[in-house]
Design a protein. Structure first.
Lengths: 215, 260
C-alpha cells in the first residue's frame, strides 16, 4: 500500500476541506482522485508529501506515519508536479540541477527522454518552453530525483489535446516502469483514460474506489 | 557657536512652511492642513527632544542615562517598523533583535576602537542615526521578503517539493529582499558629496565646525549606516525565514496585506 488516509480532517479558515476521509492508495498503477473544483483534491495530494498537514487523523506512506518520516527524505521519495508549472530562472539544465545538483549531463538527458522531451533542450532557457514542454520539464525535474511515487495535481489542465495526450502516455509508461502515480483531475474523461482506479471526492468526502484495479 | 538660530530666525523660517502650504492651496492639493500639522508637530517634538537631550547629555550626567535613551530609541523604532509593515509577522520582536545586533556591531566598532570618545554627546546622536536608517531598511527588507514568499508561493513550494530544505528554498528570495533593501543606501553613499550634502555634515558646518572635520565625521556616519543597514536587514531576513517556514519545511499561510 502506498498511502493510507486514516480519518483525515482538514479545516481551512473555518471551512471543512476534508471530513474524516479514510482511504488507501495501492502502490501499483495510476490512482485518480476526481471531483469538482473545491472538493479538496489538491489538499489531499499536498498531504501526501507534507506540504500540508491534517488537523486530525494520520497519513501513512508505505506503512509509516508521515510525521515520523524526515520530510526532506519523503519529498525525494514522493515527487510532485503542480497544476501550474513554474520554471526556475535559467536553462532547463539549471532547473534539473535545482532538484539534483550533482546530476551529470547524461542523467539529465535521460530524464528528458523519459518524458518525451528532446535532450537538446537542456541548454534552452526554461521560460521559453511551450506550455506542454514546460509541464513535461517539471515532470523531468521531479524524475531526476528518482522518486518511487509521483503526485500529479491537474498537470494537463492548461494543455491542448495533443500535448495532453503526450503527457498521459508518458505517465502510463512511468506507471508501467513501477512508479506509483496519484493523479488529481476534475476531467472525468481523462480519469477514465489513465486510471487503474478512481476515487471521487466531493465536499470533503471520499467515495469508494471504482475501476479495473480498485482495492 | 556664533551662527546659532535665534527664536526670531526660527519664526521667520516658518515662511517656508507657508510656501509649501501656499503651493498646496494654489494647486488644490488639499494638503495645507496636513503640512501645517506636520510642521507644528515636528517643531514641538524637536523642542521636547532638545529639552530632554539637554538633560541626558549635559556635562557631569552619568552615561547610563544616554544608554537608557538608546534603549528607548530601539524600542520605539521597533514599534514604528511594526506599524509601518503590519503584514510582516513578528516584526516587533525581529526588529528589536536586529537593531540590538546592529547596535552591538556598529557601536562596538566606533566606541570600542575609539573612533569616537564614548560620551553622551556622541552616543545618542550616533545611535540615533544608526537606528533611524536601519528602521527604513528593516521595513523594506521585511516587506519585500514577505511579499516575495507570498507572491511566489508556487515557486517556493516547487522547490520544497523537490526536497530542498526551507532555508535553501528561500535563498533566492532572501537575496532579492536584501538587495532591494540595501541598494538605496549604497546609491545614497555613492552620491554623497556630489549630489547632496548629508545631514550630519551640513549640521556640523552650520554649527561652525571646519568643513574637513565635518567631512570626516560624515564619512564615519555613512560607513556606520551601511554596516547597520546590512546587519539589520540580514538579521530580519534570517529571522523571518524561521517564522515563515515550519520546522518540517512547510511555508506558512501568508495573508495578502488587504486581509489585515
Amino acid at each position: 500500500m502506498a498511502f493510507e488516509f486514516d480519518r483525515i480532517t482538514v479545516r481551512r479558515a473555518g471551512r471543512l476541506v476534508l471530513d474524516e476521509v479514510t482511504a488507501w492508495i495501492p502502490a501499483a498503477g495510476i490512482t485518480v482522485i476526481s471531483g469538482p473544483s473545491g472538493a479538496g483534491k489538491t489538499t489531499l495530494l499536498r498531504l501526501c508529501n507534507r506540504l500540508e498537514v491534517p488537523d486530525e487523523g494520520t497519513v501513512r506512506y508505505r506503512g509509516q506515519p508521515l510525521d515520523e518520516l524526515d520530510p526532506l527524505v519523503l519529498r525525494h521519495r514522493v515527487g510532485m508536479v503542480f497544476q501550474r508549472s513554474v520554471p526556475f530562472p535559467g536553462s532547463v539544465a539549471d532547473n534539473l540541477a535545482v532538484a539534483h545538483p550533482d546530476a551529470h549531463a547524461g542523467e539529465m538527458s535521460a530524464a528528458l527522454a523519459r518524458v518525451a522531451l528532446d535532450p537538446g533542450l537542456l541548454a534552452q532557457e526554461a521560460r521559453t518552453l511551450s506550455g506542454g514542454e514546460l509541464q513535461r520539464m517539471s515532470l523531468a525535474r521531479t524524475l531526476v530525483t528518482e522518486p518511487e511515487t509521483l503526485l500529479l495535481d491537474e498537470p494537463t489542465s492548461a494543455l491542448d489535446a495533443q500535448p495532453k495526450q503526450v503527457f498521459e502516455n508518458t505517465a502510463r509508461e512511468l506507471a508501467a516502469q513501477g512508479i506509483t502515480i496519484v493523479w488529481v483531475t476534475h476531467d472525468s474523461a481523462q480519469a477514465g483514460r489513465v486510471a487503474d482506479r478512481i476515487y471521487q471526492l466531493r465536499d470533503g468526502h471520499m467515495t469508494r474506489a471504482t475501476g479495473k484495479a480498485a482495492p | 557657536m556664533n551662527d546659532a538660530v535665534s527664536w526670531v530666525g526660527l519664526s521667520v523660517s516658518l515662511l517656508l512652511v507657508a510656501v509649501a502650504a501656499g503651493i498646496s492651496w494654489w494647486q488644490r492639493l488639499g494638503l495645507q492642513r496636513q503640512i501645517l500639522v506636520a510642521a507644528v508637530r515636528a517643531l514641538v517634538q524637536l523642542l521636547l527632544v532638545g529639552a530632554a537631550l539637554s538633560l541626558v547629555i549635559s556635562p557631569g550626567r552619568s552615561i547610563w542615562w544616554s544608554w537608557l535613551w538608546v534603549v528607548a530609541m530601539l524600542g520605539y523604532a521597533a514599534t514604528v517598523a511594526r506599524r509601518r509593515a503590519p503584514e510582516v509577522p513578528h516584526l516587533l520582536t525581529l526588529a528589536l533583535a536586529s537593531f540590538t545586533v546592529a547596535a552591538v556591531v556598529t557601536l562596538g566598532v566606533l566606541f570600542g576602537l575609539h573612533v569616537f570618545p564614548l560620551t553622551g554627546r556622541t552616543l545618542v546622536p550616533i545611535a540615533g542615526m544608526m537606528i533611524g536608517n536601519s528602521m527604513t531598511a528593516t521595513v523594506l527588507a521585511g516587506r519585500r521578503l514577505t511579499d516575495e514568499l507570498r507572491d511566489k508561493r508556487d515557486e517556493v513550494e516547487a522547490r520544497l517539493a523537490l526536497g530542498q530544505p526551507s532555508r535553501q528554498a528561500a535563498t533566492p528570495y532572501v537575496r532579492a529582499a536584501l538587495r532591494a533593501a540595501l541598494t538605496p543606501q549604497i546609491e545614497t553613499t555613492k552620491a554623497t558629496g556630489l549630489v547632496f550634502l548629508p545631514g550630519a555634515m551640513t549640521g556640523l558646518i552650520l554649527a561652525g565646525a571646519a568643513p574637513f572635520q565635518a567631512v570626516l565625521v560624515q564619512a564615519v556616519v555613512m560607513f556606520l549606516v551601511l554596516a547597520a543597514t546590512a546587519t539589520t536587514t540580514t538579521v530580519i531576513a534570517l529571522g523571518l525565514i524561521r517564522q515563515l517556514f515550519t520546522p518540517d519545511h512547510r511555508l506558512v499561510y501568508l495573508p495578502a496585506p488587504a486581509d489585515h
